[in-house]
Design a binder for this molecule. Structure first.
Ligand code: BGC
Length: 736
């Protein structure tokens, strides 16, 4: 066999076509890739990435916005397994998902494809999906790595984000998924991060992803994301998708010695590993019908936002229910763009309502789903409504209002729907609103006078069943908000900087995304993170916190269903730091569990608190740091509904950071070796200074010690170097 040439090798690290990798001979069979996160969009070997061309029929599961609202790890893992089964059925080796970028703004055009505004919820649910998918011998591909939080100018925009926000918010979910679920592939994002394209960032792909987190899979580009193929391979990107035909650049770089051949060989080896992992014949039988799993996920995603007691609807035959809104008949069940699935069927809520309810159910469209306004439809709906006993109004965002590829410019429902709602309110017939939308909408502007609001997100092809069941009470709603719904768009923390301009977006909101901002500032919200009502009620009691040593604790609480219906509560664990040296959000989600309880039943739930749960990212030292002090442990039903509280006390991680020549006097005081020379420095200060001029002492404390060498305190550069070297020598650390 002849040795592969540079040309052969360069061809292998780009795909063969839109959805296929190159057939590289033994050990390197062509692999079939397919979108997407919530159902297969498999077009075979050729096709498009825009969601325009047709694909093979496949079950459309609830998109990430809905899966996020289930807060049910076990269920989401089953969705992953069912997706994996779908891939096996259609011969797909690599599934391009889950999408797991943080929802930085309510306006994000692709929020429907992402799980949450919170990295812990995102990381936990994405891990469940990855475990499920990969249990079927199919690779999952978490995307878009990283900081792809907007659609505006997504292929060029430079996201300027601080290291702490990067680690605590934008990378944390990816880190969790890599450590916990070990995905076999990862997709790099289109955008730049702090000046470098994600696909060309050695810091991101090599230092962090592989070096720190131990990722052992293959990194592929988002479709068309690669700017310079040679720079991308050299930075750790293994596969350019789809092929751009620029493999010559890699050959040239290899020939010129600018690119090490070993780097390309490593990428080819990763392709080989991916092939081995995804072509194994597994002895697993397919799980339950995908439609059943999709329906179950839809049921648990629906989030009841308001209910004055009108829901569930009574089933008396004499009750005249008027269903209004085209969405009841023509469901909007998925978002637009690359994740668009050709469903195997679509169930409309109106049909199921008619089957399930003994009441008389009439229908009026009220509006159309295209951009035009239809006064006649609205008039007919208002006319019919005047003789109804209850109105169930299906409102939402039509396809043209949100999609991959652009961000929204406001949070409003379409004007014709809002106008119709106002006219209906005047009739004084009770109104239930059922919503279909992929990203949060303004609700505060119209909720007065509405009896109940059911947030149905986008629920996949089986969603109609789930919505109808919730309305009539066959299903007790148990979804919880995975993102806050602000009172006003202007309150959202990224409002002034989203989506940036001139190809640059500055993440001025730092670590204060979503509830981390609202709760820290006490900003009123329409509905807080974690909120969701039920047809029953739950009590939270018996908080027990046990110290397990090494900065680990276990937490238990007892949850009881105190109503008369079976239901499920999402128990949320937040940690609030009471140390004040580091500015932090007022509290942060660190755990959750969904507990199903029959009426009257109680269960004890448990959580573990780990050192990482208490730590913050120190951007100066470049590590997770656990500060000594007290931390409040909160058990809640939402971020604004904390039911139980306790306190734990940590001695900190005990790590002494290496001294630097620019360490301040205060930092010297915290290091056991340098602390010893402080007396010498103090001796150089005028006697009684602390009493006479405490402000001068404060100033000196905050000054890098090296700068003090010019202040005539008897401190020299040599002494500083000497102390720093001694202090670090004692720690066995290099001087940074
Ligand atoms: C999207 C990816 C998708 C790819 C292939 C891109 O435009 O950003 O999420 O997987 O197309 O369709």
């Amino acid at each position: 066999m002849t040795e592969p040439t540079f040309d052969d090798k360069a061809r292998l690290v780009a795909g063969a076509s839109t959805w296929k990798t190159v057939d590289g001979g033994p050990g390197l069979p062509p692999l079939l890739l397919a979108d997407g996160p919530h159902g297969l969009r498999s077009q075979g070997a050729s096709g498009d990435s825009l969601g325009i061309g047709d694909s093979l029929p496949a079950v459309a599961f609830p998109p990430a916005v809905a899966l996020g609202s289930t807060w049910n790890v076990e269920l989401v893992e089953r969705v992953g397994r069912a997706l994996g089964d779908e891939c096996r059925r259609l011969g797909v080796n690599v599934l391009l998902g889950p999408g797991m970028n943080i929802k930085r703004s309510p306006l994000g055009g692709r929020n429907f494809e992402y799980l949450s505004e919170d990295p812990r919820l995102t990381g936990t649910l994405a891990s469940a999906l990855v475990r499920g998918i990969q249990s079927r011998g199919v690779a999952a591909t978490p995307k878009h790595f990283a900081v792809n939080n907007q659609e505006t100018d997504r292929m060029r925009v430079d996201a300027i984000v601080g290291e702490r926000a990067l680690r605590e918010i934008y990378l944390a979910g990816f880190e969790q998924v890599v450590r916990e679920a070990k995905p076999w592939a990862m997709m790099s994002a289109y955008n730049r991060i702090n000046g470098t394209f994600a696909s060309e960032s050695r810091h991101l792909l090599e230092d962090i992803l592989r070096g720190e987190w131990g990722f052992d899979g293959l990194v592929m580009s988002d479709w068309g994301a690669v700017d310079d193929p040679a720079a991308a391979v050299s930075a750790g990107l293994d596969l350019e998708m789809p092929p751009s035909g620029r493999h010559r650049r890699i050959v040239d770089a290899l020939t010129a010695g600018e690119l090490d051949e070993a780097v390309v060989d490593t990428s080819i080896e990763r392709l080989r590993v991916l092939a081995a992992r995804t072509t194994e014949v597994l002895p697993v039988a397919p799980g339950p019908a995908a439609e059943l799993v999709a329906a179950e996920a839809a049921r648990e995603a629906i989030t009841l936002l308001e209910n004055d007691g009108i829901l569930p609807l009574t089933a008396e035959a004499s009750t005249r229910v008027l269903v209004i809104g085209e969405f009841a008949r023509t469901p909007r069940f998925q978002g637009g763009g690359s994740s668009r699935v050709r469903p195997t069927r679509v169930i409309a809520a109106l049909d199921v309502l008619r089957e399930l309810s003994a009441a008389t159910i009439d229908f009026a469209a009220g509006f159309t789903l295209d951009a035009g306004e239809e006064t006649a439809l609205a008039d007919a709906a208002v006319e019919a409504a005047s003789s109804a006993d209850v109105l169930v109004l299906f409102l939402g965002l039509p396809d043209h209002a949100e999609s991959e590829g652009f961000d929204r410019s406001d949070m409003l429902l379409p004007a014709d729907q809002l106008a119709l709602l106002e006219r209906l309110k005047r009739l004084d017939v009770p109104i239930v609103v059922a919503l279909s939308n992929g990203s949060v909408i303004d609700i505060a502007g119209w909720r007065d006078g509405v009896a109940a609001i059911v947030e149905g997100w986008l629920l996949g092809q089986e969603g109609g069943t789930a919505i109808a069941e919730v309305l009539v009470g066959h299903t007790n709603p148990s979804g919880r908000l995975a993102e806050s719904i602000p009172l006003r768009l202007e309150d959202s923390p990224s409002h002034l900087t989203f989506p940036g301009q001139d190809s640059q977006v500055i993440y001025g909101d730092d670590i204060y995304v979503g509830y981390r901002s609202y709760d820290s500032l006490g900003t009123p919200v329409a509905y807080p993170f974690g909120h969701g009502l039920s047809y029953t009620r739950f009590s939270h009691d018996g908080l027990v916190i046990a110290d397990r040593g090494d900065n680990c604790w276990s937490v238990q609480a007892t949850i009881r269903n105190i109503g008369d219906r079976d239901g499920a509560e999402v128990v949320q664990l937040y940690i609030a730091s009471e140390t004040d040296r580091i500015r932090r959000p007022v509290h942060e989600l660190r755990g959750f569990t969904k507990v199903h309880l029959a009426a009257g039943e109680e269960k004890t739930v448990s959580f573990d608190i780990t050192p990482r749960d208490l730590s913050y990212w120190n951007a100066r030292t470049g590590r997770w740091q656990l500060e000594p002090g007290n931390y409040r442990v909160e058990i809640g039903a939402s971020s604004r509904d904390i039911r139980l509280e306790g306190t734990i006390s940590s001695a900190g991680d005990g790590v002494i950071d290496p001294l630097r020549t620019d360490s301040t006097l205060a930092e010297w005081a915290r290091n056991p070796v340098s602390a010893r020379v402080l007396d010498t420095i103090k001796a150089g200060l005028p006697a009684g200074l602390a009493e006479k001029a405490p402000e001068l002492v404060a100033m000196v404390q905050a000054t890098p010690v090296m700068k003090l060498t010019t202040w005539g305190l008897g401190l020299t550069e040599d002494i500083v170097h000497d102390v720093v070297a001694q202090a670090n020598g004692a720690l066995g650390a290099d001087t940074p």
